[in-house]
Design a protein around this ligand. Structure first.
Ligand SMILES: [Zn+2]
Length: 300
């Protein structure tokens, strides 16, 4: 790998892992991202569940607008899963108001990253109770320039009841130390946050070592997700998928991890492994490139 390519990869990876919130302040434009497309769209997942989803599942739109935000409607109020960046707050509230007169009662954050949690303080100021796992609140607390923190946390599991229907929060690990999966059993819908991201080419599966993520925990979490009873999974980025698509995605990543381990056992160095994985699986460039050094340690 030439030094220039390597520098580009590292720059892109650093941008994705740590500087996406900073990009939000620059209007979502950053190196290698290009201009974003039109604002997010509203997609109906089930009768009472909608997703505010970027029109293009690309890094440019991710940097401008953030990840998926899921709207759950009930006659006792709205439950929102993730808030995207603060700059799309008005867009999200306009979309919610087009569906219901009810206020946002709870905002559940799947994890601490700005593209999912950036708009949370504003929803809280408007009356929503924000909930995040204890571990990911700790991640948020150590984020530079973070002036606001959620007032409610949980560990393990928690359940909300809205109009008699359960909404389950399950703490899983992988992308961060305390990812929250939100499960709507009556609707058979699950929001997986960044444990699942799509499409592979533009927004690859990624874990965040700095925030306590790793591939071992990620694999266990995906196993757990596959055991649960649901029809539709809303990923952290990209369109909703079914169970077979999640299996396919897991198989693909497990193959990458297995191949990585084999190459490590063969004594290959970081550069050789990066090149092989990239060529064989089209994985490990862009945002995923920054994970390679961590994987050299974790998968050894
Ligand atoms: Zn994330």
């Amino acid at each position: 790998m030439t030094r220039m390519i390597r520098t580009t990869l590292i720059t892109t990876a650093v941008v994705y892992a740590g500087v996406v919130p900073a990009l939000a302040q620059q209007g979502g434009r950053g190196p290698g991202f290009g201009p974003p497309g039109p604002p997010p769209k509203l997609t109906r997942i089930k009768d009472n569940i909608y997703v505010v989803e970027n029109q293009a599942a690309k890094l440019s739109d991710l940097a401008a607008y953030g990840g998926n935000a899921t709207i759950y409607l009930s006659d006792k109020g709205v439950v929102l899963v993730d808030s995207k960046f603060e700059r799309v707050h008005d867009d999200i509230t306009t979309k919610i108001k087009s569906l219901t007169n009810q206020p946002v009662k709870y905002l559940i954050l799947t994890h601490n990253h700005g593209d999912h949690s950036g708009g949370a303080a504003k929803f809280e100021a408007e009356g929503a109770q924000v909930i995040i796992s204890t571990r990911d609140r700790e991640n948020l607390a150590k984020t530079p320039n973070q002036t606001w923190l959620p007032s409610m946390t949980y560990s393990g599991r928690a359940t909300l009841f809205m109009s008699g229907k359960a909404i389950e929060l399950r703490e899983m690990r992988g992308h961060t130390a305390g990812d929250t999966v939100v499960y709507f059993p009556a609707e058979r819908v699950i929001c997986a946050g960044d444990l699942v991201t799509l499409p592979w080419e533009d927004i690859p599966l990624i874990i965040n070592y700095g925030d306590g993520g790793n591939w071992t925990d990620w694999s266990h979490s995906i196993d757990e997700l596959l055991k649960m009873d649901w029809d539709v999974l809303v990923p952290g980025h990209g369109p909703a998928i079914d169970k077979q698509q999640l299996r396919d995605l897991q198989n693909r990543m497990v193959q990458v991890i297995d191949r990585f381990r084999t190459l490590l056992r063969e004594g290959k160095n970081q550069q050789e492994i990066s090149q092989a994985i990239l060529k064989e699986f089209n994985w490990g460039t862009g945002p995923a490139a920054g994970l390679i050094p961590g994987m050299m340690v974790e998968l050894r």
